[in-house]
Design a protein around this ligand. Structure first.
Ligand SMILES: NC(=O)c1ccc[n+]([C@@H]2O[C@H](COP(=O)([O-])OP(=O)(O)OC[C@H]3O[C@@H](n4cnc5c(N)ncnc54)[C@H](OP(=O)(O)O)[C@@H]3O)[C@@H](O)[C@H]2O)c1
Length: 271
């Protein structure tokens, strides 16, 4: 990042809350000079004030990238302030849920290169996953730049079309919350079976984290990893018969949960 177009022409971060701060921390760690970053945020955190970036200062006329990380409901106030950077060489990368590429084109001009991204909260510890999709104006170079930028907080995957963003939101965007709830309910179930609450929570957290890390690192797929730990008529099989029940288990439950989030994402984008 040290010698990139971003370092030379500058990067503007519009909105520096949880997601913006996680990304900024990743870029600075990877060698992007603080002097190349302009941040606009009405109430900057103490952490942000200490980073040496340009904070709420006059912006460069033609920055390489504007990263938009305000809440969708603030978008109509925040984005028009950058209208003069539209229809040019500045690439707009947005992580805002529910704000479509066409909204950016309407607000900034149809010739504005736009990449829409859907990250998730493990970005805060550089273990996020972000899906990206670009408009036709943004070329291959723009997608590469967006990928470089977002890979500072985890993996990056590319989508074939913008419609897939809704399902991505249903799986990985909202997904960390499903897993947090699984940890909560697993710990509560342990308490119901006689364990102290603290111990049960420690077991649940470490089990989900360890299984997740194993699933990521292993050459075997998760289905095989499951089979590997399921001895016939053993304890795991007893639980899996409950969890894998076609009607009342994970298959139907997660299908409904992911569909509900996907549908809501479509509604938000439409309204
Ligand atoms: N968190 C996630 O897991 C996640 C996942 C996927 C996508 N996203 C998307 O990421 C975006 C940011 O989410 P977040 O969780 O980081 O929210 P957040 O913590 O509320 O951050 C938004 C930041 O933007 C600032 N802001 C508000 N109005 C502004 C304006 N007019 N100009 C410049 N900055 C302004 C806010 O300042 P104040 O606090 O002072 O209002 C705040 O610091 C959202 O669009 C969200 O959809 C988040």
């Amino acid at each position: 990042m040290k010698n990139s177009r971003i370092a030379k022409d500058g990067l503007v971060l519009l909105g520096c809350g949880k997601m913006g701060s996680a990304m900024l921390a990743g870029w600075l760690t990877r060698g992007l000079p603080a002097s190349s970053v302009w941040v606009i945020d009405p109430f900057p955190s103490d952490w942000l004030r200490g980073q040496g970036v340009h904070l709420n200062e006059a912006l460069p006329a033609d920055p390489a990238i504007v990263l938009v990380a305000v809440k969708p409901q603030m978008m109509a106030d925040a984005l028009p302030t950058l209208q003069m950077m539209g229809n040019g060489t500045t690439l707009f990368v947005s992580v805002a849920a529910g704000t479509t590429i066409s909204y950016f084109e309407q607000t900034l001009g149809a010739q504005t290169p736009v990449v829409r991204a859907m990250p998730n909260t493990p970005a805060a510890i550089s273990q996020g996953i972000t899906a990206i999709v670009a408009n036709a104006v943004a070329g291959a170079v723009a997608l590469d730049e967006a990928e470089t930028l977002l890979s500072a907080v985890g993996q990056v995957v590319r989508l074939d079309n913008e419609a897939q963003i809704d399902a991505v939101t249903g799986v990985s965007g909202s997904g960390p919350a499903y897993v947090f709830h699984m940890i909560e309910t697993m710990a509560a179930a342990g308490v119901a079976q006689g364990l102290p609450a603290d111990l049960s929570m420690q077991l649940a957290k470490a089990t989900v984290a360890g299984a997740g890390a194993l699933a990521l690192q292993s050459d075997e797929d998760p289905a095989q990893l499951r089979v590997n730990v399921t001895s016939p008529n053993g304890t795991t099989q007893a639980a899996l018969e409950v969890l894998m029940d076609a009607e009342n288990g994970f298959p139907a439950l997660l299908a409904r949960a992911v569909k509900a989030a996907t549908d809501r994402s479509k509604e938000l984008a439409g309204g």
